[in-house]
Write a protein that binds this ligand. Structure first.
Ligand code: CA
Length: 238
């Protein structure tokens, strides 16, 4: 996939902003579908194929948070939310419902473009062939070629776990370093592609979503353990 020709769905009801972002991104080669109504956007996500979603929060029909929550388990690509500047509640909620990133309004098109490229390139690595693509730790199998995660059950079956692109990348990174404490800043730089600002909780929220999907008890996780003040470790049973 060439990042610049990716298919984007832009959901924004502010006509001036929507047109500006649509024109700007189209001018950079992206195939942009712009929709102003939340409910219609939901229909588009189910009927058409997109590589990335840009969702405003306040929308007629259905708000951006509801859209994100509703499609997150079936849309694996990056979801970027547009939030009001400095609204920390919106920012936290966005990440809790599984968005990959947020951009504060007023939207600076060049900043948006830079973030889009980071997220699209990350998903792009799935096209690269890799040697030894499968890794299995204590019944959890991650395959970097097919981008799948499977968990063995006690009866010997394998359940496929539905994870997003960002969750997959985080899990793969932690499993490749299993048994080793990995710093939050290192994870952040690897996954987000930018230096950690010491504040962003997106990695922590992604870990908690992953734990839920792995059936890991958040109170005393067996697989992804927190190391206070440092980061995380993917534990290996001894
Ligand atoms: Ca709006």
């Amino acid at each position: 996939m060439i990042v610049e020709s990716s298919r984007l769905l832009l959901v924004e009801d502010d006509l001036t902003l929507g047109k500006m972002v649509d024109d700007f991104l189209t001018g950079h080669g992206f195939r942009v579908r712009w929709e102003s109504n939340g409910l219609r956007a939901l229909g588009l996500i189910d009927s058409e194929t997109f590589d990335l979603l840009i969702l405003d929060i306040g929308l007629p029909g259905m708000d951006g948070i509801q859209i994100c929550r509703s499609v997150r388990d079936r849309f694996a690509g990056p979801i970027i939310m547009l939030t009001a500047r400095g609204d920390e509640i919106d920012e936290v909620v966005c990440l809790e419902v599984g968005a990959d990133d947020y951009i504060a309004k007023p939207v600076r098109p060049r900043a948006l473009l830079a973030r889009l490229k980071v997220h699209l390139r990350r998903g792009d690595s799935q096209d690269l062939p890799t040697e030894s693509s499968k890794l299995e730790i204590d019944g959890l199998i991650i395959d970097s070629t097919s981008r799948t995660v499977r968990q063995k059950t006690e009866s010997g079956d394998e359940n496929i776990l539905s994870v997003t692109t960002a969750e997959f990348d985080l899990l793969l990174f932690l499993m490749q370093r299993a048994g080793e404490v990995v710093g939050r800043n290192e994870i952040y730089e690897q996954i987000q592609g930018i230096a950690y600002d010491g504040v962003d909780r997106s990695i922590d929220l992604r870990v908690s979503r992953l734990r839920k999907k792995l059936g890991d008890d958040p109170g005393s996780p067996k697989r992804i353990k927190s190391v206070r003040g440092v980061g995380y470790i993917f534990a290996v049973e001894s």
